[in-house]
Design a binder for this molecule. Structure first.
Ligand code: AMP
Length: 294
């Protein structure tokens, strides 16, 4: 069971403690055994989040999860209001995964009145998701900087599914000298290859089955690379051709980019990232596949 913050003694082991304010979070962490691992999330937790929590738990003496649907990282108001939320279910999952402390703040606790500071990451935040979703990464970097500062964890865990996000956050943590190491965890997928995502809940049954094309398209790109294709254009073409076979898929971008800078490649002569964003009706999904060195 989940205990609410109360003046009573600390909850027994195996019970997640939930805190709502910056002050409660700091107080709860002062005596927490080190190292601390933190898993930032926007809730509607699934196996992808669980895998991050398990890794955090394996590495840490104290595991913290944050649940906060961050309004600053949504560039479409309707995406924010329609984002799925179910705190009771999320807290039960944190409990099952042995999370010690859950920070689930209201918006004004993260962004108090007068809040007027934004973290803007440079070049790595500009292409792909940064180009498609203006302001998105400023919102991500800002909330993660606040969470890193509040939690002061030794490590923070993020998913490879949002590959550019991890790169943006790692850059920010280095540049701002934040003492939290950024750990990337593998993408967790459904049996048909669709990456787990909170947004999958918004797909109709037909869209859900169509969405398996994302993985097939990425694997078509990888197969071309494995056959020796090194033209980035040809690999993009293989991905796009697979997407084109699915009438419900509306591709937004298909990218074959340098794995370090995310600049689009002409020749795949170094580690690369194949990534895509595709709409199914009103739901936008992303996924990626790294290509190792040639
Ligand atoms: P979100 O709640 O969507 O902001 O995601 C919170 C964290 O979970 C981010 O670091 C995501 O990259 C990660 N994540 C989301 N989906 C997956 C997945 N299918 N596999 C692994 N990590 C994931």
């Amino acid at each position: 069971m989940v205990t609410r913050e109360s003046p009573a003694a600390a909850p027994p082991a195996g019970v997640s403690r939930i805190v709502r304010t910056r002050a409660e979070l700091r107080a709860a962490l002062t005596k927490a055994p080190r190292p601390v691992g933190v898993v930032p999330t926007m809730g509607w937790l699934h196996e992808g989040h669980r895998s991050l929590m398990r890794q955090a738990r394996a590495d840490s003496a104290t595991t913290v999860a944050t649940i906060f649907v961050n309004p600053r990282q949504f560039n479409e108001a309707s995406d924010y209001t329609r984002y799925p939320r179910n705190e009771a279910r999320d807290l039960a999952i944190c409990e099952e995964e042995g999370v010690d402390l859950v920070f689930a703040p209201p918006v004004e606790e993260v962004y108090p009145p007068g809040f007027d500071t934004v973290v803007a990451v440079g070049a790595i935040a500009r292409p792909l998701e940064g180009a498609a979703r203006p302001g998105h990464f400023d919102g991500v970097a800002t909330v993660v900087a606040i969470l890193f500062s509040l939690v002061g964890a030794e490590r923070a865990y993020f998913g490879q599914k949002d590959a550019q996000q991890v790169m943006v956050i790692r850059r920010m943590a280095i540049d701002l000298a934040l003492p939290t190491e950024v750990v990337t965890c593998a993408t967790v997928r459904e049996p048909d290859g669709l990456a787990l995502s909170s947004r999958n809940a918004r797909l109709s049954a037909a869209e859900r089955s169509a969405a398996a094309v994302l993985r097939r398209a990425l694997l078509a790109g990888r197969a071309a690379w494995e056959r020796g294709e090194r033209s980035a254009g040809a690999i993009r073409g293989a991905v796009s051709a697979e997407l084109a076979r699915e009438p419900l898929a509306q591709p937004e971008y298909v990218s074959v980019a340098d794995a370090t800078t995310l600049e689009e490649l002409e020749r795949v002569d170094r580690p690369a990232l194949v990534s895509l964003a595709v709409r199914f009706g009103g739901t936008r999904l992303i996924d990626n596949e790294p290509l190792p060195a040639a």
